[in-house]
Design a protein around this ligand. Sequence first.
Ligand SMILES: N=[N+]=NCCCCNC(=O)[C@@H]1[C@H]2[C@H](O)[C@@H](O)[C@H](O)[C@@H](CO)[C@@H]12
Length: 459
Amino acid sequence: MATRGFPEGFAWGAATASYQIEGSVTADGRGASIWDTFAHTPGKVLNGENGDVAVDHYARYAEDVALMGSLGLNAYRFSLSWPRIQPGGRGVNGAGLDFYKRLVDELLEQGITPYATLYHWDLPQELQDAGGWPERDTAYRFAEYAQVAHEALSDRVKHWMTVNEPWCAAFLGYGSGDHAPGLRSSAQAVRAAHHLLLAHGLAAPLLKANDCLVGAAPNLYAVTPVSDSEADLDAARRIDGLQNRFFLDALLRGSYPEDVVADLEPFGFADVVQPGDLDLIGGKVDFLGINYYSRHTVSADPDAAGMVATSPFASASPWPGAESVAFVNAGRPVTDMGWEVDPGGLHEILTRVAKEYPSVPLYITENGAAYVDTVADGGVDDQERLDYIEAHLAACHDAIADGVPLKGYFAWSFLDNFEWGWGYGKRFGLVYVDYETQVRIPKSSAHWYGRVARHNGLS
Ligand SMILES: N=[N+]=NCCCCNC(=O)[C@@H]1[C@H]2[C@H](O)[C@@H](O)[C@H](O)[C@@H](CO)[C@@H]12
């Protein structure tokens, strides 16, 4: 019996993304994505690794869903591969849709509620060739794709997220170049950020049909200045503005924060937003997903590169708005990604969003940690990951007690998988994957998390 119970009907899930787990990148008509191109470009991914095989989920989905069910999860967040459903970014590939129909049927069979993300960074390459997210038309292509996917699946999928982490897709993909398509232009990055939000705004009304609920999943950080000097306070304002308020205000208020718009002026941001865009974007969500990993502790530093390590090749080119900002370690323990463990930051973000953007149901759509895992006697004892998740769930429990309308939690990730620029070098999974044999081994954290889900709370 849980002593720290969660609300009745709380969603206890895990999350994954198509390019990171599926493999089978040419099966059944799938087209190339920008991550296929990027990962096959020398020097972009550690050890030249890619998602061609990943963890073979396209073939092993039934086994993976059965494992979710046996552990006790009642929800699963996954993403649809746009180039599997629309090779080249147009039309309909029935065989690609059929995979997701099979996957959803397995989930429902196991009593697991599907939560589908439409965009988790795998843009069809042909759309990038036509300009990608800096090109306004891509937002309209996304709305068509959303319509195709929704028509095929909305009889069984009732929870939809449009875009995963538009900050990463825009600023790492087009700003620092550490993510696909690997471009390094602040002007392109700010155009991409707006068009990703426009894509959300165009698709959201379509996704509500057939009694569906729609959300988005930005990555949000607690942000703290190293001192209360004017320069450090302004550095924190800038990072909080670009990382958090830019996306929260657009999605939930239909406006951009004036200070952030001013910060982005040097990159031509004013020319990107067309009349009516923000009315399209704002106020469309039925729920907001929050991806939370850590806190940013920042200081003003004219010599700083303005980068948080997001890949082993992290470029020195700052993402727009982060010029002359240093991201420092405040002395907390760190995960294998070098990210500080700060569950207090999750409580801070949850209570802030609930206060500043009231009456929007919230989900933690990603939270988890990479640590080095070792197989011993056929098991994996990952106490650090278990402790990380327990501490962040305790923060969620406290936030709910403080009145936050939190409806669910998705651990990142269900399986060890392709960790973008780090390839297979970082393990976030509740379930260990032997990449040579594809054998799955539930870690201690998986067994523990399943018990939490079954008891609907923490001991
Ligand atoms: N400023 N700054 N910050 C750091 C920028 C990197 C932030 N990375 C994420 O949030 C990604 C999210 C993604 O959805 C998932 O696909 C990734 O596997 C996880 C783990 O990496 C997280």
